[in-house]
Ligand binder design. Structure first.
Ligand SMILES: Cc1cc2nc3c(=O)[nH]c(=O)nc-3n(C[C@H](O)[C@H](O)[C@H](O)COP(=O)(O)O)c2cc1C
Length: 286
């Protein structure tokens, strides 16, 4: 595919979502293509990196930026474990051999939902912790996700690429053991970081008509919107027949779009053990 050229932000948006799918089809037409928002609109995950290391100084700066993210009630319930030890990194990589970027990336870290620190603070201040329920779990997970995404955007601003790894949660107990995660902490996602060795590609998103609602939730036309989205995505990057999932169960589809792919992906259970793991860490989920 030839490299797209953009005159305005509307062109950039069309590249991310497909022509005419956002607002009146002209939203962003009065903004230049080099508007700072274009950096976010054109962002992408990178899974292949050069061997060039990332300096400690830059990493320090990126963490300082990441932890500037919003934090629920200023409780600051995110932590990150940078996996520098070679054996530990390889042990995590071995658990997930189909994602070799975990061991190949110059830097690998795991973002942690941290409901421990505030409980320790209560202890230190001689107060009970009166919020051991599902909301505490959600708040810590959200804080960690926000800090991770802030790290990702900051890294991208410096020319780095990254790839979150939720699959660490498929092996949540082993990963928690390797990283010596104490009670009330849980891994949200790993993150590979490095200097991209390939350009990567823009993954087209669902149209805002599906994701942005006004005054009330409304998905009456989901089926029709999905049909259009599947077609637009397919026109840009058709999935080869060999990459269709679970053909033994569902057969080979004549037209295999995003919605068929995702429906097949989630048709079998994954990570059913997570609730048990979180409860064993002392966090209530009721
Ligand atoms: C929380 C989270 C977990 C993810 N886990 C994985 C993963 O385990 N392995 C992987 O290769 N990509 C993973 N990704 C990357 C997504 O596949 C990617 O963001 C998605 O396909 C959209 O592509 P884009 O970021 O380039 O727009 C994850 C992304 C997020 C936000």
């Amino acid at each position: 595919m030839s490299k797209p050229s953009f005159k305005t932000l509307a062109d950039v948006i069309a590249h991310r979502y497909g022509e005419g799918t956002v607002g009146n089809g002209h939203s962003g037409a009065d903004m230049p293509a080099d508007d700072p928002l274009a950096e976010v609109l054109l962002r992408r995950t990178h899974r292949r990196y050069t061997d060039e290391p990332i300096t400690e100084d830059l990493l320090d700066v990126l963490f300082a930026t990441a932890f500037s993210a919003s934090a629920k009630s200023d409780l600051q319930q995110a932590s990150v474990v940078v996996v520098k030890n070679k054996e530990k990194r390889e042990a995590i990589g071995k658990l997930i051999p189909r994602m070799p970027w975990i061991t190949a990336a110059p830097v690998f870290m795991v973002w942690i939902g941290d409901s421990r620190r505030i409980r320790r603070i209560c202890e230190l201040r001689g107060k009970p912790f009166g919020n051991n329920h599902l909301d505490a779990f959600l708040n810590a997970g959200v804080d960690a996700a926000l800090a991770m995404q802030t790290f990702i955007l900051a890294a991208e601003k410096k020319g780095l690429g990254s790839c979150p790894i939720s699959v660490v949660r498929n092996h949540v107990e082993a990963v928690a053991d390797i990283l010596e995660l104490p009670l009330y902490t849980f891994p949200v996602a790993g993150l590979c970081v490095g200097w991209p060795s390939q350009e990567g590609f823009i993954s087209m998103r669902l149209p805002p008509k599906v994701t942005v609602h006004t005054d009330r939730y409304d998905d009456w036309d989901l089926n029709e919107e999905l049909a259009g989205y599947d077609k637009r995505r397919d026109e840009r990057f058709a999935m080869p027949e060999g990459s269709q999932k679970m053909t033994d169960t569902y057969g080979v589809a004549d037209f295999y779009g995003w919605s068929e792919d995702k429906a097949r992906q989630v048709s079998t259970a994954e990570r059913e053990q997570l609730g048990r793991f979180v409860r064993a860490r002392g966090i209530r989920t009721d």
